[in-house]
Design a binder for this molecule. Structure first.
Ligand SMILES: C[S@@+](CC[C@H](N)C(=O)[O-])C[C@H]1O[C@@H](n2cnc3c(N)ncnc32)[C@H](O)[C@@H]1O
Length: 379
C-alpha cells in the first residue's frame, strides 16, 4: 500500500484488484501534477461543482471528495478501486456520485465550474467524452486534462480545439503534462462519431460499437478466426462470452447454438451496453444476461457449459497476461464438471502452458499462421 501526499491530506491507495508483488502505484505523475496545480492556483473552493473523468483508482476522487464530485468512468474495475480506496481512507462513499460512461454527465442548466479529465489511451473515448462534456459547461468552466507526455499528441489537442475551444498545454513535469481548454460557445463542433456501426461480414448483423469498445471500426482478425471455429453442441445450456466487447462472439455462439442462454461479461460499461444492443436487435425474443464485472465475479461456480474468451493484453496502463490468467482461473471455477473453456490467442502468447497447468489438459482445436484456438476441459 502506498501513500499519496496531497494538500488535502495523505491517502493510502491501492490498485484494484490487489495483486501480490504489485509493482505499479494506484496513481501517476499526471495525477500529482493536476492536484498540485489546482492547489497552487486555488481553483477548488468548497462550493466548486466538479466533474472528474477516468480517475484510475480514485486518486483524484479521494483528494477532492470534499467537493462531492461527479465521477465518470467506463471501467467497472476503476469503480471498484475507487470504492475500496474511499473506504480505506474513511471517506463517505456518498461524497462521490459515480456515473458510468453512458449516463448523462450532469444536470441540465447546472454547468460545472471545474472539469478534470485524465487522458486515456483511446482517442475515440476522448472524442466521445468531450462531446458529452460540452452540454454541461459554460464560459466560466475551467477544463483541465492531465496525462503522461507520451500519451498527449497533436491529435489529442486537436480534439479539444474542435469540440471545446482554445487549448493550451503546460510545461512537462516528471513526464506529465496538463491541457487547459476554454469553452467557446460560438464553436460548431463536428458530430460525435460514436457509437459506430458496421455490418458483420457474411451476415446481416449490424454491429453497434460505443466509443471505448475493442475493434470498434471492423471485425478483429482474431475474433474472426474464433467465430469461424465456434463449437456447436446440444449440451451447451449456459455459454459465457468472457470479455465480450461488442458481443460478436456471443452473438455468433447464440446463432450456432439456438437452445443456449448466452451470458455477456465485460469490465467496460460501453462494451456491455454495445453487446446488449447488438444481441437484442439480432434476437429480440431470446433471453440473455449482461454483466459489467471483473472477469467472472458474480457468476455462480459450476454453472457454465462453455466459456469463450479472446483475452485482453492490458488493464488501465498495465500490460501483460495477468488478466488472461485471472480469466482462466475464474473460468475453471465457473465451469460445470465437463465444461469447456475455448481461448483464442496469438501463437507466441503461450496460453496453452497456463491452461494445462490450471486445467490439467489443453488441446489446440484450430490454428493459422497467427492464432491458435485452445480448448481446456474441467474434469
Ligand atoms: C481482446 S478484447 C475481446 C473483445 C471481444 N470478445 C472480441 O473478440 O471482439 C478483450 C475484452 O476484455 C475486456 N476486459 C478487460 N479486462 C477485463 C476484466 N478484468 N474483466 C472482464 N472483461 C475485461 C475488455 O474490455 C475487452 O472488451
Amino acid at each position: 500500500m502506498e501513500i499519496l501526499s496531497t494538500p488535502q491530506g495523505d491517502f493510502e491507495l491501492s490498485r484494484f484488484p490487489i495483486r501480490s508483488k504489485e509493482t505499479l502505484r494506484a496513481w501517476d505523475a499526471a495525477d500529482e501534477y493536476l492536484i498540485k496545480v489546482l492547489h497552487e492556483e486555488q481553483l477548488l473552493t468548497s462550493d466548486s461543482n466538479v466533474l472528474i473523468l477516468n480517475d484510475s483508482f480514485g486518486a483524484l476522487s479521494c483528494s477532492f471528495s470534499a467537493t462531492r464530485p461527479v465521477v465518470v468512468s467506463d471501467s467497472f474495475i476503476a469503480y471498484q478501486g475507487l470504492l475500496e480506496n474511499l473506504q480505506r481512507n474513511n471517506i463517505d462513499q456518498n461524497n462521490i456520485e459515480f456515473r458510468d460512461s453512458l449516463r448523462e454527465y450532469g444536470e441540465v442548466d447546472q454547468p460545472y465550474n471545474l472539469v478534470l479529465l485524465k487522458i486515456t489511451k483511446s482517442l475515440a473515448q476522448l472524442e466521445d467524452q468531450l462531446h458529452r462534456i460540452r452540454p454541461h459547461i459554460d464560459k466560466n468552466t475551467r477544463i483541465i486534462a492531465s496525462g503522461m507526455v507520451k500519451g498527449i499528441h497533436n491529435s489529442t489537442l486537436q480534439l479539444f480545439e474542435s469540440i471545446i475551444g482554445t487549448t493550451t498545454t503546460s510545461l512537462a513535469r516528471k513526464k506529465a503534462r496538463l491541457i487547459f481548454s476554454q469553452f467557446n460557445p460560438e464553436l460548431t463542433p463536428p458530430q460525435n462519431s460514436y457509437p459506430k456501426t458496421y455490418t458483420l461480414e457474411s451476415t446481416d448483423y449490424k454491429i453497434l460499437n460505443h466509443a471505448n469498445v475493442f475493434s470498434r471500426e471492423r471485425l478483429d482478425i482474431g475474433t474472426r478466426f474464433l467465430i469461424e471455429n465456434l463449437p456447436v453442441s446440444d449440451h451447451y445450456q449456459d455459454i459465457v462470452d468472457l470479455g465480450c466487447g461488442n458481443g460478436i462472439v456471443g452473438l455468433m455462439a447464440a446463432s450456432a447454438n439456438p437452445a443456449a442462454t448466452i451470458n455477456f461479461v465485460d469490465e467496460s460499461y460501453m462494451a456491455v451496453a454495445s453487446a446488449k444492443e447488438n444481441f437484442t436487435k439480432a434476437f429480440p425474443d431470446r433471453e440473455a444476461n449482461f454483466y459489467a464485472t471483473d472477469c467472472l465475479k458474480g457468476i455462480l461456480p459450476s454453472s457454465c457449459d462453455l466459456i469463450l474468451n479472446n483475452p485482453p493484453f492490458h488493464q488501465q496502463n498495465a500490460i501483460g497476461d495477468f488478466i488472461a490468467v485471472q480469466m482462466f482461473k475464474e473460468s475453471f471455477i465457473a465451469l460445470k464438471p465437463g465444461g469447456e473453456l475455448w481461448v483464442i490467442g496469438n501463437r507466441h502468447l503461450g496460453y496453452h502452458v497456463k491452461l494445462k497447468r490450471l486445467f490439467g489438459n489443453c488441446i489446440t482445436v484450430a490454428s493459422n499462421k497467427k492464432f491458435v484456438i485452445l480448448k481446456a476441459i474441467k474434469n
